[in-house]
Structures are given as structure tokens and as C-alpha cells.
Design a protein around this ligand. Structure first.
Ligand code: ZN
Length: 236
């Protein structure tokens, strides 16, 4: 029975450490997921920015061409042979001027979009960098802690293996079965006629058997294994 109590103490400590380890790991995983999302958004925005820049360059070229044509038409206007030709060239100039104005306006709009996107991107880059640094720091701290936990788990597993090898198979089976059904204690004290796992009163005959300690008894209510604890029942 003492062995079983020791086994349970070690197992509970193992549960606790494993849980702490899992918590650290899942926090790290969450942070990484946030960082990945941010990095993904950032690269998409940079792609968009490149597209807008390409569009702006095209518009600039377009404007240049329109301005060249304008110069050409204005020169031609000085050398036209007839009124009819003059009117035709003047019409062309009007259309070209309109097109140049429109392109200039589009360029202004694109410049605004570019500025706002560049601002957003540099802000996001800063955030990404800060988050990345924070995660790296946290990971370094966690690595130490996780290493400690692993060492402890290894040590405790060795002790639990040792204890298990000394407990009978049938008892181990019952113990493992209860632990798989209920988190926490598989083995509880019977004190003052009560099961301390579920606080139900034990039938007197069962309590006497537990007191004798010759057989392994289970609480009929919560099914946990019972051991006798002679310290007086605490006032609830
Ligand atoms: Zn019980």
C-alpha cells in the first residue's frame, strides 16, 4: 500500500509537470501562429505594393508619351497648310491634353495609395520584428524550463517504473484503470469512516476491511482504491 501511495505521488507530480510543459508549449505555438499570420499578411501587402508601383511606372510612361505627342502636335500646328488641318491638329491637342490631365490625376491618386500602403507596411514590419524578438526571448526562456521539466520527467519516470515493478500486476491494473477514468487520485484515504475522494460514508464492514489493510478495497461510490488513514477526521 505504501508503494502504491508513493506511485500515486510520483504520478501526480508527473501529471503536473506534463501539464505545465504542455501549457508552455501551446503558448509558444500560439505566438508562432500569430507571427506566421503577420508575416503572411506582410508579404501579401508587399506584393500589392509592387503591383501598384508597376502600375504607377506604366502611368508615368503613358504620361511621357502623351506629352511627347503634345509637343509634336504643337510644333505641327505652326506648319499646317490649311484651316481644316489646323482644326484637326487642334482637336488632337485638346484630346491629348485631356488625357494628360487624367493620367496626372491618376498618378496623384496612386501616390496617395502608395504612401498609405508604405506606412502600413512599415508599421507591420515593426510589429513583426517586435513580436519575433519577443518570441525568440520567450523560446529561449522556455527552452531552459522545458529542459528542466524533461530532466524531472525522466527522473520521475525511473522512480515510477521502479515502484510499478514492485506492485502486483492486478493492483496496477486496477490503479491504471481508475486513473484512466478519473483525472487525479486513484487512491484515497479512508478516514473517520468516510472515503476522502467522494466524502461518502463507507459501509462499516468495508471500513473495517480497509482498516485491517489485508485486502485492497474500493469505495463503492467513486470506485477509488482506499487506504486507511488513522489521523482523526478533519472538520469540514
Ligand atoms: Zn469514494
Amino acid at each position: 500500500m505504501d508503494l502504491l501511495i508513493e506511485l500515486q505521488t510520483i504520478d501526480l507530480e508527473l501529471d503536473d509537470i506534463t501539464q505545465q510543459k504542455d501549457e508552455i508549449q501551446s503558448r509558444l505555438d500560439e505566438n508562432k501562429a500569430v507571427l506566421d499570420r503577420l508575416v503572411g499578411e506582410l508579404s501579401k501587402q508587399k506584393e500589392e505594393l509592387d503591383e501598384i508601383r508597376t502600375m504607377r511606372n506604366q502611368k508615368r510612361d503613358e504620361l511621357g508619351e502623351v506629352q511627347d505627342s503634345l509637343k509634336d502636335r504643337k510644333k505641327r500646328l505652326l506648319n499646317v497648310g490649311s484651316q481644316k488641318e489646323y482644326n484637326a491638329v487642334e482637336k488632337e491637342i485638346e484630346a491629348l491634353q485631356k488625357s494628360a490631365e487624367q493620367t496626372e490625376e491618376e498618378l496623384l491618386q496612386l501616390a496617395e495609395v502608395l504612401e498609405s500602403n508604405e506606412g502600413q507596411i512599415s508599421q507591420k514590419e515593426k510589429m513583426t520584428k517586435e513580436l519575433g524578438d519577443g518570441i525568440a526571448q520567450e523560446e529561449a526562456a522556455a527552452a531552459d524550463k522545458l529542459g528542466e521539466f524533461d530532466a524531472k520527467i525522466k527522473k520521475l519516470t525511473k522512480r515510477t517504473d521502479q515502484a510499478r515493478s514492485e506492485v502486483s500486476k492486478r493492483v496496477l491494473h486496477t490503479y491504471d484503470f481508475i486513473r484512466s477514468k478519473r483525472p487525479g487520485l486513484a487512491l484515497v484515504a479512508a478516514r473517520g469512516g468516510h472515503c476522502t475522494g467522494c466524502f461518502m460514508a463507507l459501509p462499516p464492514q468495508l471500513y473495517i476491511q480497509v482498516q485491517r489493510g489485508e485486502t485492497l478495497e474500493r469505495c463503492e461510490n467513486c470506485q477509488r482504491l482506499l487506504y486507511f488513514d488513522e489521523s482523526p477526521a478533519e472538520e469540514a
